[in-house]
Design a protein around this ligand. Structure first.
Ligand SMILES: [Zn+2]
Length: 226
């Protein structure tokens, strides 16, 4: 059989396709069965956190996700976390790109821009969960706890100070900072509900669930606050 030009180009193009688009492995984080509700999202996050704690992260098809999400994003959770480089929500919950919509500020506190960023995720991306994630050994919280932040970080201190003023001081700084970070996360939740009509309406209608959580640097564990 003589190969004509048209067949040649078909063969070349086919070979090229095979080279640039190898069969992709099944990613563990592919959402199956459509959108998840808040409970399913929280289960998913906690399962990911368990893998993270064990240091056994699931295989991810990052390239496939990058390509499949070009037309838009559908994250399943909005996470407000600290900017601390030891707190990486995508790792902490063993997620892929496009799965978490993250806002990170020192002390996981909110200003107008952070609040509006959350509102965008709630109103337009419809994430079933908004999580305020505090963490142990938080530098911002510790600095305020020690009275050292008020001069250098006045805006941050002004947010955290009232939130932790009633937290009992045991003398055990690590423990106190966890308690202060917990109180701070709860204060951020309260502030968000008070100041954001969009979030408040979505929570009241059951469209999104606002949860507080604490990440422990020591073992990687995340506890959902009750
Ligand atoms: Zn921190």
């Amino acid at each position: 059989m003589v190969m004509n030009d048209s067949m040649k180009s078909k063969t070349a193009s086919g070979a090229q396709d095979a080279r640039v688009a190898p069969r992709r492995p099944q990613a563990e984080t592919v959402v199956k069965g459509g959108p998840m509700n808040a409970e399913q999202v929280l289960n998913r996050l906690m399962e990911g956190n368990k893998r993270y704690m064990e240091g056994e992260l699931g295989q991810k098809d990052v390239k496939g996700k990058r390509e499949s999400s070009l037309q838009g994003q559908k994250p399943f959770a909005t996470v407000v976390a600290c900017s601390d480089s030891r707190v990486e929500p995508v790792y902490v919950f063993d997620c892929n790109i496009e799965e978490l919509f993250c806002i990170q500020t020192a002390g996981n506190i909110l200003d107008d821009i952070a609040r509006e960023t959350i509102e965008y995720a709630v109103a337009h991306l419809h994430t079933p969960v908004v999580m305020i994630l505090g963490h142990s050994r938080c530098g911002a919280v510790t600095a305020v706890y020690q009275g050292a932040a008020q001069k250098e970080l006045p805006s941050i201190a002004a947010k955290i100070e009232p939130a932790i003023s009633n937290v009992e001081r045991t003398g055990d700084e690590d423990k106190d900072v966890v308690n202060c970070a917990t109180a701070n996360a709860k204060a951020v939740m309260k502030e968000l509900m008070g100041k954001s009509e969009i979030v408040r309406n979505a929570v009241e209608k059951g469209e999104t669930k606002l949860v507080g959580a604490m990440y422990h640097l020591e073992d990687g564990r995340v506890d959902v606050l009750q």
